[in-house]
Design a binder for this molecule. Sequence first.
Ligand code: SF4
Length: 63
Amino acid sequence: MRIQADRQRCEGHGLCEEVAPEVFGLDEDAVVVVLTEELDPGLELKAEAGVRVCPVAALKAQR
Ligand code: SF4
């Protein structure tokens, strides 16, 4: 699974990071960064939950 983040769209709410801190972080400008390019299979459900929780639909998960 690959995670894509639209950093232009991100508003820095940090909800994705709260749900899946192994996958998402915020940079010094409070814009999302994806911490891991190739996701460990054990983190996929958590990553998908982080994608879903974003209020501005800035995240995508592709299998
Ligand atoms: S939940 Fe969405 S808006 Fe909030 S930090 Fe994550 S990507 Fe950005």
